[in-house]
Design a protein around this ligand. Structure first.
Ligand code: FO1
Length: 320
């Protein structure tokens, strides 16, 4: 089943890894959020793209989910000695990725081309596409003013209360590769990433929301909220601050029946199934907490089986 996944950072990468174990590489394309990108120490850093890339390459740090497993921080110690900027911690191997990316961008390659080059070098066979080639930074309007996403997320540790997430206008242009990945997909999957700051920036890219709303293919989201809490990150806190119900029902309402054909929610929230279905969105309670590799593969298989049962015409090919 040709699957295109809209993914943010760690939660998205875990599901993508599971899908990569059950789909053939050519069946899986990932549209990665670049709203979190930053220029730091003179380098172009794409945290969400790198998290997906390192995870697929089997290189991601297993504890944090981002950065490179076993990385050292010698360069950061050196920067600290000069009283340089160390609030965004870059491991030495990770730094190499940003150096190579920055050099290739300066040579005139697009971010799509650079990402393909980095993935190829790490042996990643799935297609990882940045949501846009031009910078499209997400800003966070807080009680203490407007902050860049990483200033709010890392430097301020999600502390200033969020009043609004500000996405770029005019909307960033989609690359031809992104449009093709949406057009060719049998299934568009929205990973259990933060809807407000990981998925919304991708939907804000020109033509992406429209492609999902065109109803030409199945669009299924996985709720990042389980039992009123986010598995990781500030999604629950942000949803509450923005007046949303912190539950899979809140997630379903936020995406809306115009966008979603289905929502996968955790078994712990099974009682919300009828309310979600009353919105006109099919609901599947499943085991969505991805602690182990087998959880990730189990969730990926379960989603593909469910979609296959709703749309038997979508032939499930691939490695299973
Ligand atoms: N997250 C942190 O909480 N602190 C950091 O210093 C930090 C550095 C970092 C470096 C490279 C990278 O790819 C990710 C990094 N992250 C860090 C994670 C990142 O801020 C988040 O994963 C995403 O932007 C949110 O999806």
């Amino acid at each position: 089943m040709r699957t295109t996944v809209l993914a943010g950072g760690v939660g998205g990468a875990k599901l993508v890894w599971g899908l990569a174990q059950v789909l053939a590489p050519e069946e899986l394309t990932i549209l990665g959020n670049t709203g979190d990108d930053l220029t730091h120490l003179g380098l172009t850093i794409c945290p969400d793209l790198d998290t997906v890339m390192y995870t697929l390459a089997g290189m991601a740090d297993p504890d944090s989910g981002w950065g490179v497993k076993g990385d050292s921080f010698g360069a950061m110690e050196s920067v600290a000695r000069y009283r340089g900027s160390t609030w965004f911690r870059l491991g030495d191997q990770d730094l190499g990725t940003h150096l190579a990316r920055t050099e290739l961008l300066a040579a005139g390659l697009t971010l799509t081309q650079v990402t393909a080059h980095l993935c190829h070098a790490l042996g990643v066979r799935q297609r990882l596409l940045p949501m846009a080639d031009q910078p499209a930074p997400t800003l966070v309007d807080t009680a203490e003013g407007v902050l860049s996403f990483q200033e709010w997320f890392v430097r301020r540790r999600w502390q200033p209360a969020v009043r609004k997430v500000i996405l770029p206008l005019p909307r960033p242009a989609a690359s031809s590769q992104v449009l093709e990945a949406l057009d060719m997909a049998d299934l568009i999957l929205i990973a259990p990433s933060n809807p407000l700051v990981s998925v919304a920036p991708i939907l804000n890219v020109s033509s992406v929301r429209e492609a999902l709303e065109s109803r030409q293919r199945m669009v299924v989201a996985v709720s990042p909220i389980i039992g009123g809490r986010a598995v990781k990150g500030p999604a629950a806190k942000m949803m509450a601050q923005l007046g949303m119900e912190v539950s899979p029902l809140g997630v379903a309402r936020w995406y809306g029946a115009g966008l979603l054909s289905g929502l996968v929610l955790d078994q712990a929230d099974e009682s919300l199934t009828p309310a979600i279905e009353a919105l006109g969105i099919a609901a599947l309670p499943a085991s969505t907490w991805m602690r182990t590799d087998s959880d990730r593969i189990g969730l990926a298989s379960c989603i593909l089986d469910w979609v296959g049962s709703m749309r038997p015409d979508l032939n499930q090919k691939g490695a299973r």
